[in-house]
Ligand binder design. Structure first.
Ligand SMILES: NC(=O)c1ccc[n+]([C@@H]2O[C@H](COP(=O)([O-])OP(=O)(O)OC[C@H]3O[C@@H](n4cnc5c(N)ncnc54)[C@H](OP(=O)(O)O)[C@@H]3O)[C@@H](O)[C@H]2O)c1
Length: 278
């Protein structure tokens, strides 16, 4: 299969491309190679590369930045997704679109299923929810993968941030009142491929199993790396951020398991593998 990845230079793209390349011809494109808000650029790419599948990872993902740059977030996350979906529909190309746990308000208190009603708290969450709607409106059978708390090789993420902080400070504060499932970006490739090969469409939640807080995650990082640091649990109230985050946004992956027989491994196991080769 010929696969084109938009936003391929980002965290998830860098981590899933190596796996997909083993079985498919994979073209991972940067924003300058395919700006998703430029329909003509998309048309040129599609004519040149003739893909069977587009994986749309292009997005403005800085949750706090989105609060200040609303127009940019809407243009890339919503209009960009619409352009990609329209082009894929026009050329009869399969589409996988990525979305997020931040479409939920985090008040449910147990893992969110695909049938739960979204209620985003932030501009990022709202634009990603709108992107899901656009993709479903403009493409006949999109596969939408909602994932969360992703880390992996290349680029900044929570893990690299706490490791960097430990080099500079003796005392690190991390919130202990937001819960989710940390997900190793490389672990997303196999279920994505499986879902697509089984011709599944609609929304699927995909994340490593198990739930923790950001504080628990940082603690586990320092335990595995044998780093001694004064790690202090704090509340979200104490660390003021521009965007509101859902307090509990773990995603239930039961639908994935039921429809494919596939479950992602526990987050601690994936984290250990990632940190060992870091
Ligand atoms: N990381 C997570 O924890 C997480 C969780 C849930 C869902 N997701 C979703 O997964 C997808 C990929 O996330 P990620 O973590 O890989 O994000 P990322 O590292 O921020 O990558 C996003 C990529 O999109 C590119 N981009 C920005 N504007 C673009 C445009 N107009 N046209 C084409 N590309 C553009 C960026 O390029 P530049 O850097 O050059 O601007 C970047 O390479 C996103 O849809 C995100 O919402 C991520």
């Amino acid at each position: 299969m010929r696969i084109v990845i938009t936003g391929g230079d980002g965290l998830i793209g860098k981590n899933i491309a190596p796996y997909l390349t083993r079985h498919h011809e994979c073209f991972s494109l940067t924003a300058s190679e395919w700006d998703v808000t430029d329909e003509e650029a998309g048309r040129r790419v599609i004519r040149e590369l003739n893909p069977d599948l587009v994986i749309n990872l292009a997005a403005i993902t800085d949750v706090d930045l989105c609060e200040d740059e609303i127009e940019l977030a809407e243009r890339v996350n919503v209009y960009g997704a619409e352009c990609v979906a329209r082009l894929c529909a026009e050329y009869g190309i399969g589409l996988v679109h990525f979305s997020t746990d931040y479409v939920f308000n985090g008040k449910k208190g147990s893992p969110y299923t695909e049938d739960d009603t979204p209620e985003p708290l932030s501009v990022y969450g709202r634009t990603k929810l709108e992107s899901e709607k656009k993709v479903r409106n403009f493409h006949p059978s999109p596969l939408i993968i909602r994932t969360q708390w992703v880390y992996g090789d290349g680029g900044k993420n929570f893990i690299t941030k706490v490791l960097d902080a430990a080099k500079k400070k003796d005392r690190i504060e991390v919130v202990n009142d937001q819960f989710g499932s940390p997900t190793y970006a490389a672990d997303l490739a196999e279920p994505l491929e499986l879902l697509f090969e089984l011709k599944k469409s609609g929304i699927y939640h995909v994340a490593n199993s198990g739930i923790c807080s950001w504080y628990d995650l940082a603690k586990e990082v320092f335990r595995i790396k044998k780093i001694s640091v004064d790690l202090v649990p704090v509340s979200s109230e104490e660390i003021k951020r521009r965007a509101k985050r859902p307090p509990f946004s773990a995603l239930s992956t039961e639908k994935l398991k039921k429809d494919t027989g596939f479950s992602l491994r526990p987050w601690k196991e994936a984290l250990e593998e990632y940190l060992t080769q870091l």
